[in-house]
Design a binder for this molecule. Sequence first.
Ligand SMILES: [Zn+2]
Ligand SMILES: [Zn+2]
Length: 497
Amino acid sequence: METSVPAGILLAVALLLFAPQLAPAANLRISVRGAGVVEMPPERYVAAVLAGEGGVLQSDAALQALAVAARTYAVRLKGRHASEGYDFCDTTHCQRIEPKGITPRLESIAAESAGELLWYQGKPAFTPYSQDCGGRTEDAGAVWPELAAPYLTSHADPNCLRGPAAWRSSLDPRKVGQVLRRAGLRAPRQPERIAIAERTASGRARTLLLSGGGESVRIAAGSFRLAIGRELGWNTLRGDFYEVEGNGGQWIFRGKGSGHGVGLCQRGAEQMGLGGSSWREILAFYYPGTVAGLTGRGLAWQRLSGDRITLITARPATDRAALSTAERQLRVLAARTHWPVPDKIELRVFPDLDTFRDATGEPGWVAAHTVGRRIDLQPVATLARSGALDSTIGHELAHLLVESQAAPGLPLWFREGLVEYLERGGETTAPPRAPADTELLDRSNLQTARRAYAEAEAEVTALAGRYGETAVLGWVRRGLPPEVTKAIASQPATKSK
Ligand SMILES: [Zn+2]
Ligand SMILES: [Zn+2]
């Protein structure tokens, strides 16, 4: 475990802050049907899960609760498909994702709680969720015996009982027999009767007894439902919370809820949210005893408002200085660029390196990280010790401003070079060049990345000398002029040594 970073390294790497949406370090590998294995930054994955699993939710609080549950689920179960070469599949086996369904609203909901997890006794909790618990949640142990947990025991849920949630299905016993045998399960040759032989703590079916023609067979309700669902459709039996009548004739299932019923109930969460509960209250209700936060250590975060920036800190006395530094730098940048300052900028300062790494997924040598309008910063003392506090904050603010203005498709070398130019004043002695994205994003080779940044800065400095700073700043919104794009395209692709 790293405890301190040599000053020189941290200072150097403070210049290596990436456009956050391109940060490769903590990407998840998702197997997407029809597209192979796709890499995805964690918060984009969370937004894709919201689109895939929570698309019908209207309440922001319910979606936010689901975002924290989905993120925690991912952290806890990451690598379950490691032997197949990826972290998660895109089905309900892991979490259903719908990348094409990501909306700006879902993106901002994921970004708002970025890094927040649900903790139990200092470890990320196991946070399953289902569509509708039907009025009573299920014990985790009844569904996954090895994953039983004190915060996942069956309890009443009055929230989801509003509105019609009951369902009814009738099945032909002979057809059921065929379906079960095709699924490799035992079944009486002439099934006539069905009964619930055993129930779980919540009252759901655990074991069914099928009989007829002098035979009787016990079968797990879960296996029964999966076999029926696969062949007759997943809506035939929406869960195991049902009564069944079956004595000759058709078998009639009358159920409520849908899904396994363990953990957060989306239907109930939606009602809580629409009724004014916060996402924290929703999570506390469905995972009682867990703590939401950036770490399992129960840090008390406070918000201090400046003129344009809100500081989020666990150590207000130490970190207040970072807020005034940031406010000052933002004024300077806004005056120089004449760009409007985005509202709701947040500066979150971490009290120690471990917390920073846990929350951002960044290695300890990355000094800061920006997602949307929030800058996550390493401890002030660490940065100040190596003289990197001002330049790190300045770099991130310049990024935030540039990204808030950037035209679609604006090249990475130009964005990074401009940020360096604005923040450091174009003092580099590197030869001007437009480096490839791969060089700028290479975290395995510090030398390559540092040289690429210096070259990008030199290129932007040269352009500002030739066309004037005002023109170069204008390109951020309008895109690069054709003559510049053409000149860049004719540069040699090989790296200068
Ligand atoms: Zn899976
Ligand atoms: Zn419920």
